[in-house]
Design a protein. Structure first.
Length: 412
């Protein structure tokens, strides 16, 4: 369908629903944008959890609120356009389902490059964006952040590079720190005391390995074997054979911060070297949050921490019904970010703050927020903290073995 025809259709669907949902401003790029179905707006699960209290607050009616503008910077063209457009679809869903009509979304294409992100941030701030969501990639975040900072605009990036968090830049991507802390506390409660580590020699692998060692020490767990392997090697057999031969006979589990085919290969080779899952439990990070891996017999019983899947599954059903295909995993980030922005925009006016509550104090609310991926909040350093469930592979399925918390009370 031609873009102009789609945009006219979007205007037609939005116009009679101004009091129930928000419309999206015309994009400045060529992409197919469909209007989400709006019959779920009043009952959509998984949205930010503060909306119910708005009706009890004093202040002007919603119709009197000024328009709040947020930009979303995504790779809508280039090699990562499928990801970018899936995240834009999710952002539009959030606008309709949260149902705050005074929020205008300004999509901008980063093209997946630093130069594109810089131009997108400049364009968005010139159009009056009061909050920027995105970009996705670290190089894009680095390029866009100075533009936002000069305009005194906060930015919630979808990157997983925690080193980019600073005064006006918040990192919302799924990070390994909470995952490690959560799963380590759980296995300690289950009396795991002797664990080995085998990690790729990447920056991620080594950082996560070090974090796991710290968490293990804090939880009374001994690391009896610690080994890294060349991440780019096509033959993992020698490394796994060496690891297995050096492992303690009392080793109860192995921490392997990998995913995809690499996780599958390591699990198979561990079993081949007399370390099957019934003897040595596989423990991982959120990289194991993959239904395809749950079917691998040599990963049976694997443990990892990740957002509880129930709300996401309902979101995936609604997304698929709306757009005709399932969403990409990272699309929940843009959904939750837009829902958060809608909540804070209205909260600023409901509390007579004179504008949307997009400031640092509001974003770092210690009570946090409830999204599709569970509770989350931004720490004072700008890094997202999440309340995670402990999940396991059981009979080819991902199963919750320890529920996610519903509040940050009691969590550091």
């Amino acid at each position: 369908m031609h873009t102009n025809k789609i945009y006219r259709k979007a205007l037609f669907l939005c116009a009679p629903l101004l009091l129930l949902s928000a419309c999206v401003s015309a994009p400045s790029y060529q992409t197919q944008v469909q209007s989400p179905r709006v019959d779920t707006a009043s009952s959509a699960p998984g949205t930010i959890g503060e909306n119910a209290q708005f009706a009890q607050m004093q202040g002007p009616t919603m119709q009197e609120y000024p328009e709040s503008r947020i930009a979303i910077l995504l790779p809508l063209s280039g090699p990562n356009k499928d990801l970018g457009n899936a995240m834009l679809n999710a952002a539009q869903m959030a606008l309709f389902e949260v149902g705050y009509p005074k929020l205008k979304l300004i999509p901008r294409d980063t093209q997946g490059t630093a130069e594109g992100a810089r131009a997108a941030a400049k364009s968005a701030t010139q159009e009056g964006a009061q909050l920027i969501l995105g970009p996705v990639f670290a190089s894009s975040v680095k390029a866009a952040a100075p533009i936002a900072r000069r305009r005194n605009v906060n930015m919630i990036a979808f990157s997983t590079d925690w080193s980019l968090a600073e005064d006006n830049t918040f990192i919302m991507g799924f990070l390994p720190f909470d995952q490690i802390d959560r799963v380590t506390r759980y296995i300690s409660q289950k009396n795991f005391r002797d664990i080995g580590i085998i990690a790729p020699d990447t920056g991620y692998g080594q950082t996560v390995s070090q974090e796991f060692q710290k968490a293990a020490m804090q939880n009374g767990i001994m690391i009896s074997n610690n080994m890294s392997f060349p991440a780019r090697t096509a033959n993992l057999a020698p490394a796994i054979e060496q690891f297995s031969s050096q492992s303690s006979p009392n080793m109860q589990a192995v921490f392997m911060p990998t995913g995809g085919e690499q996780a599958q290969a390591i699990a198979n080779l561990l079993s081949h070297n007399n370390l099957p899952p019934r003897k040595v439990t596989r423990i991982g990070t959120g990289l194991l949050d993959d239904p395809a891996l749950a079917k691998e017999k040599n990963l049976e019983g694997a443990l990892f921490a990740a957002p509880a899947p129930q709300a996401r599954q309902k979101y995936e059903q609604r997304y698929t019904q709306t757009f005709g295909q399932p969403p990409l995993r990272l699309s929940t980030l843009s959904y939750d970010a837009v829902a958060l922005a809608a909540t804070l925009a209205r909260r600023g006016y409901d509390l007579n703050l004179g504008g949307p509550a997009f400031d640092r104090n509001a974003l770092t609310n210690a009570n946090g927020f409830l999204g599709i991926d569970g509770i989350f909040r931004f720490r004072p350093d700008g890094i997202a903290q999440r309340g995670l469930a402990v999940l396991s592979y059981r009979n080819g399925q991902i199963t919750i073995v320890d529920k996610a918390p519903t509040t940050f009370q009691g969590l550091q």
